[in-house]
Design a protein around this ligand. Structure first.
Ligand code: HBI
Ligand code: FE
Length: 285
């Protein structure tokens, strides 16, 4: 346990929260369950109650069917208890991390079917918005869909693709793919337009906004278009990308990305809310 240097995130000037001194060299750490105050458990209970009350009709069916796997809704779950169920379902497990970790360490964990879950809880004052992912964002937003076999396979393929991209210096393109699928992705299935991205599912306001507001642009999933598109980290998304199925997402990670990187770097970036040639616009029902 030599401890690791904390990672600065976003513009890189804000030192992250979390106690990186207790992390192993792969940035993982045991969930420090003793750190949670009654206020922390109460914050979890209130966040869970607010989000779970609004998922019907807004979150995708696969998420709604799996969210109960988090266990009791009134206290912060023990990661090991969730991992026991998750291993049986899709051979994934969740591991504690002190907060955001460097991209390569993050990709490496996903490639091993180990999802990093930040173990600190936001303060009651941050109830509506916390800048960095906390234990609620990671557990409620990311973990339920890891119980879905196809999505679970996509997440591992994404991690493997990320390791390759990092070696090619293209990790930013993979970060955009993560942003517009795993964090803010929408899916249009038999029930209509629904959210599957963790950033949307764990947000009080953006969940409804993403699938029902006429304001944002909604574009059919297209890998190169996504890799060209910049994103904003501190407001609702100006554009959302829509898949038809998790199979489609998994298939998209199959090809070798190298030629895609070359084309993307030649074609140039697209601003978060802009339209681009060839966009397949997805209309509201
Ligand atoms: N670290 N703990 C943690 N959780 C994330 O979701 C995360 C990260 N580091 C980097 C990162 N996400 C993104 O840059 C990915 O696109 C790699
Ligand atoms: Fe996240």
């Amino acid at each position: 346990n030599q401890g690791v240097a904390p990672v600065t995130y976003g513009q890189g000037e804000r030192p992250p929260r979390g106690d990186y001194a207790r992390a192993r060299s792969d940035y993982t750490c045991a969930q420090d369950y003793a750190q949670y105050s009654e206020a922390d458990h109460d914050t979890y209970r209130r966040l869970y109650a607010r989000q779970s009350a609004q998922i019907e009709g807004l979150a995708c069916r696969e998420f709604i069917d799996a969210v109960a796997q988090l266990g009791a809704p009134d206290r912060i779950p023990r990661f090991e208890a969730i991992s026991e169920r998750l291993r049986k379902a899709t051979r994934w497990e969740i591991v504690g991390v002190p907060g955001l970790i460097p991209e390569e360490a993050f990709f490496a964990l996903l490639a091993q079917r180990r999802f990093p879950v930040t173990d600190w809880m936001r303060t009651p004052e941050e109830f509506d918005y916390v800048v960095e992912p906390d234990v609620f964002h990671d557990l409620f937003g990311h973990v339920p869909l890891l119980f879905n076999p196809m999505f679970a396979d996509y997440m591992q393929a994404y991690g493997e693709g990320g390791l390759k991209a990092a070696r090619l210096g293209s990790a930013e393109l993979l970060a955009r793919l993560y942003w517009y699928t795993v964090e803010f992705g929408l899916i249009r299935g038999s029930e209509g337009l629904r959210a599957y991205g963790a950033g949307v599912l764990s947000s009080a306001g953006e969940l409804r906004y993403s699938v029902s507001s006429p304001e944002p642009r909604r574009i059919g999933f297209e890998l190169e278009r996504i890799m060209r598109t910049r994103y904003k980290i501190d407001s609702y998304q100006a554009s959302y990308f829509v898949i038809d199925s998790f199979d489609q997402l998994f298939e998209a990670t199959a090809p070798d990305f190298t030629p895609i990187y070359e084309r993307v770097s030649r074609l140039g970036e697209i601003e978060a809310g802009a339209a681009a040639d060839g966009d397949r616009a997805i209309a509201l029902p």
